[in-house]
Design a protein around this ligand. Sequence first.
Ligand code: NAP
Length: 257
Amino acid sequence: MHVLILGGTTEARRLAESLAEPVRPNLRVTNSLAGRVGAPRLPPGEVRVGGFGGTEGLARWLREHAVDAVVDATHPFAGTISSNAASAAAATGVPLLALRRPGWAPVPGDLWHEAGSLEEAAGLLPALGGRVFLTTGRLGLAAFAALDDLWFLVRSVDAPGAPAPARMEVLLDRGPFTLDGERELLLRHAVDVVVTKDSGGHATAPKLTAAREAGLPVVVIRRPRVPEGVPVVTGPGAAVDWLTERFRPLLPPGTPP
Ligand code: NAP
């Protein structure tokens, strides 16, 4: 039994760790990474790196490697690979599950402004502040490149390239982040507005608390939708359950769950 995990997230790694337990000896797990990060944290199991070549390339890979199920555990904002996975799964008949951590929800005291895209977020900024903490990742900085009057603190895992805002300081770092650290960062750089994707999860949530405490507005970019018809679970445990259900008919009688 061969499971392909489309990864690049903490949840994907956790799922791979769960599936690597000795009670599942019949399972072959391939983790797929896009190759965006220079030194990724590698999950257990086989790892392949790089794109498949669109929907058709992915469908071919599923057939050639006799994949029995796919778990799309990519980042909630990795819309292209999720859409490709849905099309490739439909074309090959391979069952597909989306694993998505829940999004964040505002609590009293939050000053959130929702945006549907990076471009929309950039359009909101001039009215909200002049010193921006931009946490949307190194790709997509082009959307903010024309905002010459604003200063940006850009935090990313790897260094961004052009086009990017003219007035920018780059902070290379990778979560998890602490509340104390985020408080200190906002103060030290005199940040007056924060921009984030609605990534969800605990690792990068402290910036939201720090912004709330400091009374700062936060521009929150909404997630793209999971492709229609694809079942969704919110945690690795539920993904293991889904896989177990899928594979039960293929197991010899008496095999432990
Ligand atoms: P994307 O726009 O949805 O994907 C662009 C292309 O990258 C896809 O068409 C595919 O190439 C390739 N790709 C993406 N994920 C892949 C995977 N897991 N394995 C093999 N190929 C993959 O994705 P993205 O936003 O650039 O994100 C790339 C990766 O970084 C994802 O795996 C995601 O989990 C991770 N990540 C993304 C974010 C974010 O904010 N977007 C944040 C943290 C981590 P082909 O068409 O050639 O197959």
